[in-house]
Design a protein around this ligand. Structure first.
Ligand code: PLP
Length: 283
C-alpha cells in the first residue's frame, strides 16, 4: 500500500494528538492510537481523558481525569509542539466533553479551525462495557460531533446517537444524513459490524455526495482496537494534509493490514496490530 511520507524536512515528523482513554491491556484506546501514529511515521501527542482497567476479557472499571487537566494537556501540546490533526476517543463524561470542546475551539482544533479533528464517539467496548456515562450522550450529539471534521461511529454508536438501526444500505444513508444534521463536516457509517455480506462497505457522506468504500470482509476474531486504529490512521493522513476521502481510503487499507496482522492474546479478543509495518519486506 501507499504509505504516508515520513518527516517532510527529513528530521522532525508530522505531529498528531489523541485525546482519549488508556487501555491497560494495550489493545485499544490511547495505546492503539499512539502505536498507529508511530508506525504511520507520525509523532503521537496524548491527552489522557480516562484510565481504564481492562484486559482482553473486558473493561472492569475506569477513572476519569479532571476535565481541566484534560484541557490543559491539549493546550500545552498545541502551544509548544504544534499538531497537524487531532482525534478524540473515550471521553467518559459531559464535563470532559465540554472541557475538550472548549479547548479545541480555543486553539483552533475542529471543522472550523486550522487543525482537523476526527471524532470517534466511543460509547462502549465490544464486550458491552460502558466507556461513556449515559447522561453524556447529549454532549456527544450537540457539543462534540458538531466540532468534527469527520465523525467515525460504529453501528452501535450510530444507534445510540441517531436512534437509527442500520440494517442495509438505505438505513445507512439515513443514519449518515442524521449524523450530518448534527453538524460535522463529514460522517462515516462503518459497515464492519453489519455482517450481511462478503464486503465490509463504509459510507462516507458530506451532506451532498455518498461515497461508498468497499473492502473485503476479514473476520479474525481479534479486532479489539479496530475502530481506534481506523480513526487514528485517518488523523495521521489528515495531519499530512490529505483530503477526508483520501485520508479515509488510506486508513481503510491501513486497518485491513492491521486486521490481517491481529493476534491471539489473553483469553478474550486479541488486538488488531500495526506491527506488520515493521516487516515491510513481507508485503
Ligand atoms: N478501551 C478504550 C480506552 C477505548 O477507547 C476503546 C475503543 O475506542 C475500547 C476500549 C474498546 O475497543 P473495542 O470496541 O475495539 O473493544
Amino acid at each position: 500500500m501507499q504509505l504516508l511520507p515520513l518527516a517532510p524536512d527529513g528530521v522532525t515528523p508530522v505531529r498528531a494528538l489523541t485525546i482519549a482513554g488508556t487501555d491497560s491491556g494495550g489493545g485499544a484506546g490511547i495505546q492503539a492510537d499512539s502505536r498507529t501514529m508511530a508506525l504511520c511515521g507520525v509523532h503521537a501527542c496524548v491527552a489522557v481523558a480516562a484510565v481504564t482497567v481492562q484486559n482482553t476479557l473486558g473493561v472492569s472499571g475506569f477513572h476519569e481525569i479532571p476535565p481541566q487537566i484534560v484541557a490543559d494537556q491539549v493546550r500545552t501540546v498545541v502551544g509548544d509542539i504544534g499538531i497537524g490533526a487531532a482525534k478524540t476517543g473515550m471521553l467518559a463524561s459531559t464535563a470532559i466533553i465540554e472541557a475538550v470542546a472548549g479547548v479545541c475551539r480555543e486553539v483552533g482544533i475542529g471543522r472550523d479551525g486550522d487543525i482537523p479533528l476526527v471524532v470517534d464517539p466511543v460509547a462502549a467496548s465490544m464486550h458491552g462495557d460502558a466507556l461513556l456515562h449515559a447522561e453524556a450522550l447529549d454532549a456527544v450529539r450537540h457539543t462534540l460531533i458538531p466540532l468534527a471534521t469527520v465523525v467515525t461511529p460504529n453501528l452501535d454508536e450510530v444507534r445510540l446517537i441517531t436512534g437509527i438501526d442500520v440494517v442495509d444500505d438505505a438505513s445507512a444513508r439515513k443514519a449518515a444524513e442524521a449524523l450530518i444534521a448534527l453538524g460535522p463536516r463529514w460522517a462515516i457509517v462503518k459497515g464492519g459490524h453489519l455482517r450481511t455480506s462478503e464486503q465490509s462497505t463504509d459510507l462516507l457522506f458530506d451532506g451532498e455526495v455518498f461515497h461508498e468504500l468497499p473492502a473485503r470482509r476479514l473476520s479474525t476474531g481479534n479486532d479489539h482496537g479496530g475502530g481506534d486504529t481506523l480513526a487514528a490512521a485517518i488523523c495521521c493522513a489528515l495531519a499530512h494534509g490529505y483530503s477526508v476521502p483520501d485520508a479515509v481510503a488510506f486508513a481503510k487499507e491501513w486497518t485491513f493490514h492491521c486486521l490481517e496482522a491481529s493476534y491471539d492474546l489473553g483469553a478474550g479478543h486479541g488486538p488488531v496490530s500495526p506491527l506488520w509495518r515493521l516487516h515491510l519486506d513481507r508485503k
